[in-house]
Design a protein around this ligand. Structure first.
Ligand SMILES: Nc1ncnc2c1ncn2[C@@H]1O[C@H](COP(=O)(O)OP(=O)(O)O)[C@@H](O)[C@H]1O
Ligand SMILES: CC(=O)N[C@@H](CCC(=O)OP(=O)(O)O)C(=O)O
Length: 217
């Protein structure tokens, strides 16, 4: 089972080879969950805008691109429930509370950064955190983070082809890794701790444009 997270910016330009790889996996009866981002949105005031952006722009665009590649996704909304993360501090920001749905082999599922609470209220959940929760719950063997950079960049702006938790911690403390990549690396190492064997980051699935965490590959 594979989880593929595509960030909001990377979504705007999905590589044909990414679509081809999805087709190949599905033809092999692999199950794939595509977790998409939406770009930066923060608080209560922006939630309505975010709902609008996701429903009128992000989902239609993603369905169109996948449809052109003859990929028909199933929305993974039922059975995935979020809860308020830290009421008062983050407003309508949520985190995944429970996953009770089951997945069928050879199907492509899609989930984005808006997840309902048990009261039916939509919450803004970080898409990297969703990818982690989904990978953990379904015991994914592989977790890809497709983003708008070729990988994690070192102090010389070079893509790191391998990154251990120790080196990552140093890059984070030296503020070489910041912002969205900081959150992504945290999610990636958590995923590694809960048993996801292979974790990669980059613009696509290709070797050389990716990050491999730990000692695999
Ligand atoms: N050391 C680093 N290597 C790569 N990207 C970094 C680094 N430090 C900060 N970043 C930033 O993190 C961004 C990726 O995170 P984010 O914008 O959240 O992407 P996504 O939308 O794909 O989740 C990059 O575009 C870059 O601006
Ligand atoms: C709580 C939180 O962080 N929500 C995210 C949801 C969108 C997202 O995660 O998009 P990317 O994957 O493209 O960054 C946000 O508001 O930015």
């Amino acid at each position: 089972m594979k989880v593929v997270k595509i960030g909001g910016n990377a979504l705007k330009n999905i590589d044909i080879n990414v679509l081809k790889q999805l087709q190949t996996w599905l033809a092999e009866d692999e199950t794939v969950v595509l977790v998409h981002g939406a770009g930066p949105m923060v608080d209560d005031a922006t939630l309505k805008v975010m709902v609008n952006v996701v429903q009128t722009q992000v989902w239609p665009m993603l369905h169109h691109v996948l449809g052109q590649a003859h990929l028909s996704p199933t929305l993974l909304t039922d059975g995935v429930v979020a809860r308020i993360k830290d009421a008062g501090k983050f407003g309508v920001v949520g985190e995944i509370d429970s996953i009770t749905t089951t997945l069928m082999a050879g199907r492509l599922y899609v989930i984005g950064p808006l997840v309902s609470s048990s009261q039916g209220e939509l919450l803004n959940v970080n898409a990297d955190e969703i990818a982690l929760a989904v990978a953990r719950h379904f015991k994914a063997d592989t977790l890809y983070f497709l983003t708008d950079v070729a990988g994690v960049l070192d102090q010389n702006q070079q893509v790191m082809t391998e990154l251990s938790p120790t080196v990552a911690a140093t890059l984070m403390s030296q503020e070489v890794v910041t912002g969205g990549m900081f959150i992504k690396l945290q999610a990636a190492f958590m995923a590694m701790q809960v048993g996801v064997q292979k974790i990669q980051m980059g613009r696509d699935f290709q070797v050389g444009a990716k990050l491999v965490l730990g000692d695999q590959e």
